[in-house]
Design a protein around this ligand. Structure first.
Ligand code: PHE
Length: 341
């Protein structure tokens, strides 16, 4: 009897069945009315009285262990059934794909570029890592010229002919003047870098769209008209512009352009600080020195150039008060521009 109990204990411990049917068969075989364990209880009646205590205990342990094991197997089987068939419901609707939206700076840049495309301008791009010639020298910034200080430059090395991050996309205009046949009519969108402290109004990385038009007999009046038409496309048909004298080494004369405030219509509000005007870009007639540096005959050709910050235009258009919003990738901010696609 002892051996039988031990053999059944081992069998119960090793029992493994997967389907409910198999489990039921095992239950009947062990614990059913004619089951092996039930049979041992019958046999127990014939055991000598001095052994009854020991065998009785052992039999009860065997019976309880077998019952518990059967329950355990049943639970495992019903769980795996649920995990198998029910977890994959082919009729469930799919999860909607979360589409991202375009970044406001991309939207604004495209809008600016598209306006000038309509005017017949091509798009030119160039490297962000530049040499001194294309960022300064060819643009009439001689070495040691104080105007270099206007643009806090990130230098990549310290040699006599330094490699640097472009501080404006005027460098692309130089490359175009060196290579392209005349007349030239281009806009140069791109990322620029300046060693400035990050604040609500300034960042060390931002984007520009600069423009260049060179042909015979290009005048200041042409520039003024092109910029006025741009401002009306960008900020509304009622927009006015005004010019203030300014200075850039590569243009002469130079001007700063203000557009009438699109919030208050020029009456004065807190966006335009009560002036009715918002500053949007710098511009000017290309300095003859710049044309000559790129091999263009300044007696025959003239041209104008302009440059604007994309973040600034976007801030004015959508009344974003803090430039840093553009760089933090906060979805609550970015999602506001979803409809501007
Ligand atoms: N390059 C100037 C800047 O980055 C902008 C500019 C371009 C001004 C062309 C005049 C003419 O500030």
């Amino acid at each position: 009897m002892r051996e039988k109990i031990e053999a059944l204990m081992a069998e119960v411990a090793a029992l493994s069945c997967n389907t409910e049917q198999e489990i039921e068969q095992a239950r009947v075989r062990l614990l059913g009315k004619k089951g092996e364990i039930t049979a041992l209880f019958d046999e127990f009646r014939t055991v000598a009285p001095e052994l009854k205590r020991e065998f009785g205990q052992k039999l009860n342990v065997l019976k309880n262990t077998a019952a518990a094991k059967i329950e355990e197997l049943k639970e495992a089987a019903s769980e795996s059934q649920a995990g198998g068939a029910a977890a994959f419901d082919y009729t469930m609707p799919g999860d909607p794909v979360q589409l991202g939206s375009r970044h406001p700076v991309s939207i604004a840049r495209e809008e600016i570029v598209n306006i000038f495309r309509k005017f017949g301008y091509d798009v030119a791009e160039g490297p962000e890592v530049e040499d001194d010639w294309h960022v300064f020298e060819a643009l009439n910034f001689p070495p040691e010229h104080p105007a270099r200080e206007m643009q806090d430059t990130f230098f990549i090395n310290d040699s006599d002919n330094p490699v640097l991050l472009r501080t404006h996309t005027s460098s692309v205009q130089v490359r175009a003047m060196e290579k392209m046949p005349l007349p030239i009519r281009i806009v140069c969108p791109g990322r620029v870098f300046r060693n400035e402290a990050i604040s609500a109004r300034a960042h060390c990385i931002f984007h520009q769209v600069e423009g260049l038009y060179i042909d015979e007999n290009v005048t200041f009046a042409d520039m003024k008209q092109a910029i006025l038409l741009f401002a009306r496309e960008m900020f509304g048909a009622q927009s006015q512009i005004r010019m203030r004298p300014s200075y850039f080494p590569f243009t002469e004369p130079s001007a700063e352009i203000d557009v009438s405030c699109n919030i208050c219509g020029g009456k004065g509000c807190n966006i335009c600080k009560g002036t009715g005007w918002l500053e949007i870009m710098g511009c000017g007639m290309v300095d003859p020195n710049v044309l000559e540096a790129s091999g263009i005959d300044s007696k025959k050709y003239s041209g104008f150039a302009f440059g604007m910050g994309v973040e600034r235009i976007a801030m004015l258009k959508w009344q974003v008060r803090d430039l840093r919003n553009y760089f933090e990738n906060d979805l609550r901010f970015l999602k506001e521009f979803e409809t501007s696609l």
